[in-house]
Design a protein around this ligand. Structure first.
Ligand code: HEC
Ligand code: HEC
Ligand code: HEC
Length: 128
């Protein structure tokens, strides 16, 4: 009925062709701008991997707990206390929105609108 060899070759070519963008990008991930990490401390609220994956959820949790339930502290996996605040906790260490948060967000086209109301210390200095 049909030539199965040709079909297989066709499928392979199809896969190679569509996988191309991924290969061309391979190794380039490193060339993306790196967020500037704080120089004066080594540890975040939770591990780096955890923060990468869950900081958005953590921030929204903090907001809800603080604003709706009136809780003040977050206790991390090591038993350390942190005040639940974007400005007074996160941005005390990550002082610049541009050099930290936006380095990642711009690359992936995420645009959280937190800064309409919350303040990032380094950017505020520029506006003053
Ligand atoms: C006490 C200082 C401090 C506080 C407070 C802090 N961070 Fe961090 N953050 C760090 C450090 C230091 C690292 C790098 C950790 C490492 O290399 O293990 C980091 C890493 C991260 C990363 C991963 C970055 C990467 O390139 O992998 C994200 C995302 C992050 N923080 C977001 C936040 C958010 C959101 C908050 C508030 C909820 C916060 N941080 C609070 C110091 C802090
Ligand atoms: C290591 C890279 C990285 C850093 C640094 C980082 N983010 Fe993110 N952020 C992400 C990724 C990835 C997402 C997920 C985007 C999505 O799901 O569309 C995200 C999403 C978010 C969201 C949810 C946005 C939405 O539209 O759903 C918020 C809020 C947020 N980040 C806040 C922050 C803040 C505040 C900082 C700086 C203190 C920060 N992030 C630093 C990578 C990062
Ligand atoms: C329309 C204005 C507005 C926007 C936009 C906004 N917030 Fe807030 N946020 C507030 C106000 C007002 C409070 C209450 C302030 C207080 O309790 O001191 C608050 C409180 C919080 C808190 C707890 C208190 C603190 O000091 O941080 C967190 C965490 C928070 N917001 C995170 C976020 C994040 C993350 C975003 C972006 C996804 C965001 N907010 C966007 C107005 C805003």
């Amino acid at each position: 009925m049909y030539n199965s060899d040709k079909v297989i070759v066709g499928i392979i070519i199809f896969i190679l062709f569509f996988a191309m963008p991924f290969w061309l990008n391979f190794g380039k991930a490193k060339a993306l701008p790196k967020p500037e990490l704080p120089s004066d401390t080594k540890e975040c609220v939770e591990s780096r991997e955890y923060m990468r994956a869950f900081h958005m959820k953590m921030l929204l949790d903090w907001r809800d707990k603080k604003v709706r339930e009136g809780q003040v502290y977050y206790i991390n996996s090591q038993g350390k206390f942190f005040k639940m605040s974007l400005q007074n906790t996160c941005m005390k260490c990550h002082k610049s929105m541009e050099k930290f948060c936006d380095r990642c967000h711009t690359t992936i086209s995420a645009h959280p609108d937190c800064w309409r109301c919350h303040i990032a210390p380094e950017e505020v200095k520029k506006w003053q």
